[in-house]
Design a protein around this ligand. Structure first.
Ligand SMILES: [Zn+2]
Ligand SMILES: [Zn+2]
Length: 277
């Protein structure tokens, strides 16, 4: 005779195990497939078609061409798309009485659609072959959309608790942008003094408070210089503003920012789509 408790135990154990299996297959398999693509180049990491000739970074030419490059008018301060030329988005307009530390942010891409997947490959799976083409696009965006004559390049530093590709990505991009623009690279001009909470679901005000005093600058490297600050994704512009404020207080003459991408709406949180294989 079966003990009633044993039936119950089996029932309650089976569900978590099958839930766990489903969870693992949906969370891990796309990453494993993308990781395999690093070592066995073949299909494009975005569309799964054959890479073909002239593919860069494991992504086919049509997929590169289909990425949402940031063009057209945008907020004069934070580059939010869709804002008429010379005007500010409502959030930046509300800051009109607050001194603006970064008078210009230029983004190479819009953080949406296939770009979100591409960014995951770069930042969370460390697909380094993407660095070159992405940095080249940033250089091109700067050359086409800005008249800023920067004197040196400084990356937004990583959080002290970030490791792996998440720690390296912005610095690596900034290094390649500096060489593309033939400017000196100063990765130690700015550092983060403490860890700050994840900003993804915070309001602009919460971000501002969380980042206050979180950066420190080495004044000797940037004194009286026009700095080009590099970050990967800009959402509200709070991080680059705080970083720029620290550089300006340490003696920088001016700070403008060049970023890999910009979210299409202020404070928008996008759930990344699964990696297509
Ligand atoms: Zn493709
Ligand atoms: Zn704006």
């Amino acid at each position: 005779m079966t003990h009633p408790l044993r039936d119950h135990d089996l029932h309650t154990m089976k569900r978590p195990i099958s839930d766990l299996r489903t969870m693992l297959s949906s969370a891990v398999l796309p990453h494993l497939s993308a990781l395999a693509a690093l070592f066995f180049p073949g299909p494009c990491a975005l569309c799964g078609e054959d890479l073909g000739e002239s593919a860069e970074g494991g992504v086919c030419v049509p997929c590169w061409a289909g990425l949402p490059v940031r063009v057209g008018p945008g907020c004069e301060r934070c580059d939010l798309p869709g804002v008429p030329k010379g005007e500010r988005c409502p959030d930046c307009h509300a800051l009109r009485r607050v001194p603006i530390q970064v008078p210009q942010i230029i983004a190479a891409y819009e953080y949406r659609e296939a770009f979100v997947t591409l960014h995951r490959l770069l930042k969370f799976l460390g697909q380094r072959t993407l660095l070159n083409p992405l940095a080249a696009r940033m250089v091109l965006s700067h050359q086409m959309r800005s008249d800023y004559s920067a004197e040196l390049v400084v990356p937004v530093p990583p959080d002290p608790l970030r490791w792996g590709a998440r720690r390296r990505t912005t610095r690596q991009l900034a290094g390649q942008v500096a060489s593309g623009l033939e400017l000196p690279f100063h990765p130690s001009a700015l550092r983060k003094t403490r860890t700050t909470p994840s900003q993804t679901r915070q309001t602009r005000q919460q971000r501002l408070q969380g980042l206050r005093g979180a950066f420190a600058a080495n004044g000797a490297e940037i004194k009286d210089k026009r700095v080009l600050l590099i970050d990967d994704i800009v959402t509200t512009g709070t991080t680059v503003s705080q970083a720029a404020s620290t550089l300006l207080k340490a003696g920088a003459a001016e700070v403008r920012a060049l970023t890999l991408a910009r979210t299409p709406q202020q404070q928008q949180v996008l759930a990344p789509p699964p990696i297509v294989r």
